[in-house]
Design a protein around this ligand. Structure first.
Ligand code: ATP
Ligand code: MG
Length: 176
């Protein structure tokens, strides 16, 4: 039987911590399922990139690590805004999976209550390998490139991601 491990996140954007965890999961199971959460979201400060852009970033980064992409399944998962039915929603969209890896305690609880085996991966350099910190640095023009894989830097250039984020951080409200 093929064993699949699931990791679910928003990947706004994918960073080096995510890629390390994906590699660790691949060393423990046969195949990896990556759930792209809040898939319907884009062009906001919290969720700047579309599901397709995030898939491009992840696919290229995992390929650069020499991971066999025929063993990786990237599945966009839109929000349902209802924790009680969220696991069923994820299952309804994903290939079969057996072990759920998450650093997020709520995610682990929801899958555990539905009968899944869950694992808490070690957090890697969490102060820096952290989406919120990386988005903040991108807007402030501080060095963010070192925190994300080279392939993600390349996609950021292709989609003019920094211009987009700087525009998102502006407003037409009067400052009071
Ligand atoms: P955000 O600040 O936007 O929530 P994030 O860095 O937490 O960004 P997510 O997309 O929320 O990224 O995370 C997806 C999964 O990756 C979660 O299970 C999370 O715990 C895990 N993860 C995130 N950062 C790290 C890290 N540095 N080391 C190990 N796992 C991580
Ligand atoms: Mg998070």
């Amino acid at each position: 039987m093929v064993t699949r491990g699931l990791i679910i996140g928003r990947f706004q954007p994918p960073h080096r911590g995510h890629i390390e965890i994906c590699k660790k999961i691949m060393s423990e199971v046969d195949e990896l399922v990556v759930g792209i959460g809040s898939a319907q979201e884009s062009h906001t400060l919290e969720n700047p990139f579309t599901a397709g852009e995030r898939i491009l970033m992840l696919t290229r980064s995992l390929a650069d690590e020499g991971i066999d992409l025929s063993k990786v399944h990237l599945i966009p998962i839109p929000d349902v805004n209802n924790n009680a039915i969220w696991v069923t929603h994820v299952v309804s969209l994903s290939p079969p999976f057996h072990i759920v890896y998450s650093g997020n305690p709520l995610v682990r609880r929801l899958f555990k209550e539905t009968g899944f085996e869950t694992k808490k991966p070690p957090m890697i350099k969490r102060k820096e390998y952290w989406g919120t910190e990386i988005r903040d640095r991108m807007i402030k023009g501080k060095n963010w490139q070192e925190l994300i894989p080279k392939a993600v830097v390349g996609v950021m250039q292709e989609i003019k991601g920094i211009d987009r984020m700087k525009d998102l951080s502006k407003t037409d409200y009067l400052l009071r």
